[in-house]
Design a protein around this ligand. Structure first.
Ligand code: TNX
Length: 525
């Protein structure tokens, strides 16, 4: 899809980070040209004593301890210190996720109005430390940060990544790593596709066979698995300390073979199909005319809502090919109020758009066209839109014909395809004010390992994250490609598998700048 561009020139690999390298690009940056600050064995993180701020401080300190070997204590005293996290309003963006970062010879101050703002500010700070800060073992430093100031806030409230744990189950540890990876780029929603034909991945007390039987399989011959409630709570809490809201998806009325296999009474013919390990879609459906179905949905939504602090409950709604349009409308007219009754806001794939409106609902567009009358109409009735156009941000699409996993039904998606579009004006008839944000979904029919998950995420996730965060006017492919190249040593240090896109002027392969090298002078932007 991308125009043919000359192969970019590689960036020298030994440059230390500058304010011009940040991804996503901040709203405003001032390299002040003063003296650098260097983290030493004496550095502590002084934080506002509120527990939510202390949690951000602990997370930052853990990263710094791992990389530097220094003790980096957290001091909850709101006083002076080399690294300070404080709540403030003066000179701080009004946006709750905004922050201000000041680096002078004396130290680093992150100021924000909320813990999320503090967290995003600390992620910016990480990108201003040498790439080895992402390494798994203590390095020698020097741990120098260039002097400067960043004042920053997001363009869109919703910046998401989706992980399909239904087609291939991922253990909790992998989900936590996924959270860490998306948090680096200020993604603030983790959409978990928890149920599909191939597996039901969350324990439901009132319907125990969903997880125990419906979860015991996956695409291919793997064992599958499901999350206990404690597992799910752990994921939600871990995400929260990284300013990420979990969006659980229970996909209905199609994509439900695993549930039907567990409970015959949910099936239109009251017969359980065998578990399914293939990759076809659209063949399963709940019994839409049975009250048992709605009792089941009530129980599932109630239990999921009780475990989920975030505002959204995603009910899928895609590819219900076995459900006639009238029945689909009836089903959604009965199902959406069940979600609303739990106190959550309905989210669903854009097939939901034609059905009854429910307050504040969010339709997730995954089409490949630049207009959709049903979505426009839903917006007119009050819906908001999350954009996941498959031909832009479906992370299960291959980059190139030789990408070892993935599909190509929506095209081959190189980094530029993922970056070079504007969410605010993408869908005709959907104004920016109706766009809640963007999300990059990773479907896992063909993705079986964490290395493959990472390969499909990096670097396209960073492109989507920047579209969601950075001001519309800052979108510039050439500049982004250069900044992305400067991220590669961080990914290498963190052991992240990534696609070496020919569109990006990467530093030489495997070449990670040593933290022992003298710091480069900060560059003016
Ligand atoms: C379509 S996108 C699906 C998924 C598949 C995906 C594969 C959507 C809402 N439904 O069931 O996994 O394509 O790319």
């Amino acid at each position: 899809m991308s125009p043919v561009a000359p192969r970019p020139r590689p960036v020298p690999s030994n440059e230390l980070p500058t304010y011009a390298d940040l991804v996503p690009a901040p709203v405003s940056v001032e390299p002040v040209g003063g003296e650098h600050w260097t983290l030493t064995a004496d550095t502590a993180v002084h934080t506002h004593p509120a527990p939510v701020a202390v949690a951000v401080a602990e997370h930052l300190a853990a990263v710094l301890r791992r990389a530097t070997g220094h003790p980096v204590p957290v001091v909850a005293d709101d006083g002076p210190g080399q690294i300070r996290l404080r709540f403030a309003r003066d000179g701080v963006p009004e946006h709750g996720e905004g922050y201000r970062l000041d680096v002078t010879a004396d130290g680093v101050t992150v100021a924000a109005r909320t813990a999320a703002g503090l967290f995003h500010g600390t992620q910016t700070l990480r990108q201003l430390l040498p790439a080895q800060v992402e390494g798994g073992a203590a390095g020698p430093g020097p741990w120098t940060v260039p002097a400067g100031r960043v004042v920053d806030h997001p363009r869109f409230a919703y910046r998401g990544a989706m992980l399909d744990v239904a087609r291939h189950f991922r253990p909790v540890a992998d989900v936590l790593r996924f959270i860490d990876l998306i948090a680096l780029y200020k993604i603030n929603h983790l959409h978990l596709h928890l149920t599909d034909d191939q597996g039901w991945r969350i324990a439901i007390d009132n319907w125990p066979l969903l997880g125990e039987y419906g979860g015991a399989g996956e695409v291919g011959d793997g064992p599958g698995g499901h999350y206990s409630k404690a597992d799910y709570r752990r994921i939600v809490e871990y995400a929260a300390t990284r300013a990420i809201t979990v969006v659980p998806e229970i996909d209905v009325p199609g994509h439900t073979n695993a549930a039907l296999a567990a409970y015959a009474e949910l099936s239109p013919d009251r017969t359980s199909p065998p578990r399914y390990t293939g990759t076809e879609v659209g063949f399963s459906a709940l019994a839409v005319h049975s009250e048992t179905t709605y009792d089941f949905l009530h129980d599932v939504f109630t239990e999921i809502a009780a475990l989920t602090p975030g505002p959204y409950l995603h009910i899928g709604g895609d590819e219900a090919f076995k459900v006639p349009a009238d029945d689909y409308a009836t089903f959604m007219a009965k199902t959406q109020p069940l979600v609303v009754a739990t106190g959550k806001t309905v989210m669903g794939w854009h097939q939901l758009a034609v059905t009854t409106h429910s307050p504040g609902r969010v339709v997730q567009f995954w089409g490949t066209s630049d207009s959709d009358d049903t979505v426009t109409d839903a917006v007119r009735r009050g819906a908001r839109v999350v954009l996941s156009p498959a031909n832009r941000v479906y992370l299960d699409m291959k980059y190139a014909p030789d990408t070892p996993v993935g599909h190509d039904w929506a095209g081959l998606l190189e980094v530029r395809d993922a970056y070079d579009w504007d969410p605010g004006s993408f869908l005709a008839g959907v104004p920016e004010s109706a766009v809640l944000g963007v999300e990059a979904p990773l479907w896992t029919e063909s993705v079986t390992t964490m290395a493959e998950v990472e390969l499909m995420l990096f670097p396209r996730l960073a492109a989507v994250a920047e579209l969601g965060w950075s001001p519309a006017g800052s979108r510039d492919w050439t500049g982004f490609a250069r900044r992305l190249a400067a991220q590669a040593p961080r990914w290498t240090a963190a052991g992240i598998t990534f696609h070496r896109s020919p569109q990006i002027p990467w530093p030489a392969a495997g070449d990670v700048p040593s933290a022992a090298q003298a710091p480069a002078q900060p560059q003016a932007t």
